[in-house]
Design a protein around this ligand. Structure first.
Ligand code: DIG
Ligand code: MN
Ligand code: MN
Length: 388
């Protein structure tokens, strides 16, 4: 049995809003008393997290006086110093206050759009002050219930204008900060713009400073859209745009459940951890999830420990899969290549095209080959079940 104790090198992080979630839901009141940001940092220190993230208003209430702000910050920094936790990522709450009821950057009201920029600049300053290197944008209210309300082209243009402005702000302030855009298909809006990680990757390329902007894919959000999360993360990774990641779990076809990592679909979680670890992803392993509403704070700690422990167990399973001789023999057989087609791949040339057009193929013989995926998947399941 290996050691599944979280260590700083694992870069496990949680948001204040995750372990601080008091269990309020659309159908019920809070079930847990609220803890201060400083106490939440101590809770995360106790369970072995490396870092803590926050929305501006998770830390500083939107109507806090300057002296209240200073007192909260002082306590928060004291708890960080006591526990050794860092602040790798911060973000802006552009979704809770009623002013954002029709979005922030995409609102039809220019005062709201301007206020959202102001709030974000102040929140960026706060994040940088506390050491954040990644800044997440989740446009929870950037959407609509009726397309009569807003031309989607206008929404895209307004989002781009805001992102370009804020990239220029970071450049102007010479902050060492990069942006990570987080997609979600719906909830709390009927439909949310830039609804998947794929949409975000395309949108980023239309910005003035695309090199500053990547994505923050979340398991639950891609699952809500019925997508394979591992494929979305692979596309971001391959494009050099995986700047952050929100780990949790989610049953397909449900509201945003934000379950403990690995709590629903272990196979998907396994292939995700394998992808991240095989490719030496060096960002935070951020758990944007929360404990069941049934739990007290001991249960919240169980939730946090479970996220990290499952990640480490799956990391070990991925190493086992990579070292398993029978699995690797099947992988080698699947990828067998006599090199005879190499002459046709790579950069195009007219000679290659002519030769390929003249190449004959025995379709029946090629199609008759069995690919052993059933065997390979069963071996994978048996690694996960711990019988190999
Ligand atoms: C929800 O999935 C969003 C917000 O919690 C936050 O803005 C972002 C940061 O991880 N995830
Ligand atoms: Mn979510
Ligand atoms: Mn998230």
């Amino acid at each position: 049995m290996s050691d599944y104790t979280p260590k700083p090198e694992h870069k496990f992080t949680f948001g204040l809003w995750t372990v601080g979630n008091v269990g309020r839901d659309p159908f019920g009141a809070p079930v847990r008393d609220a803890k201060s940001p400083a106490d939440l940092v101590r809770l995360l220190g106790e369970v072995g997290a490396w870092g803590v993230n926050f929305h501006d208003n998770d830390l500083i209430p939107i109507d806090a006086t300057p002296s209240e702000r200073d007192a909260i910050l002082k306590e928060f920094k004291k708890a960080l110093a006591e526990t050794g936790l860092c602040v790798p990522m911060t973000t802006t709450n552009l979704f809770s206050d009623p002013i954002f009821k029709d979005g922030a950057f995409t609102s039809n009201d220019p005062k709201v759009r301007a206020y959202a920029l102001q709030k974000t600049m102040n929140a960026i300053d706060l994040g940088v002050e506390l050491g954040a290197k990644v800044y997440v944008f989740w446009g929870g209210r950037e959407g609509t219930e009726t397309d009569a309300a807003k031309d989607p082209l206008t929404a895209i243009k307004r989002t781009r204008e805001a992102m370009n402005f804020l990239c220029e702000y970071v450049l102007d302030k010479k902050y060492d900060l990069k942006f990570a855009l987080e997609a979600k298909p719906n909830e709390p809006r009927g439909d949310i713009y830039n609804s998947t990680t794929g949409h975000m990757l395309a949108f980023i390329e239309t910005l003035d400073h695309p090199e500053m902007v990547g994505v923050n894919p979340e398991v639950a959000h891609e699952h809500m859209a019925g997508l394979n999360f591992v494929h979305g993360v692979a596309q971001a990774l391959e494009a050099g745009k995986l700047f952050h990641i929100d780990l949790n779990d989610q049953a397909f076809g449900r509201y945003d459940q934000d379950f403990r990592f690995g709590a629903v679909n272990l196979k998907s979680a396994f292939f995700l951890v394998k992808l991240l670890e095989d490719n030496k992803y060096d960002g935070s392993r951020h758990f944007d999830a929360h404990a069941y509403r049934t739990e007290d704070y001991e249960g919240v700690k169980d939730f946090a420990r479970g996220c990290m422990r499952t990640y480490l167990i799956l990391k070990e399973k991925a190493e086992q899969w990579n070292a398993d001789k029978e699995i690797q023999a099947v992988v080698a057989e699947i990828n067998a290549d006599d090199g005879s087609m190499n002459q046709y791949f790579g950069k195009y040339s007219a000679e290659k095209a002519a030769a390929l057009k003249a190449q004959s193929f025995d379709r029946t013989k090629i199609a008759s080959r069995g690919l052993k995926y059933e065997r390979l998947d069963q071996l994978t399941i048996e690694v996960l079940l711990g019988v190999r």
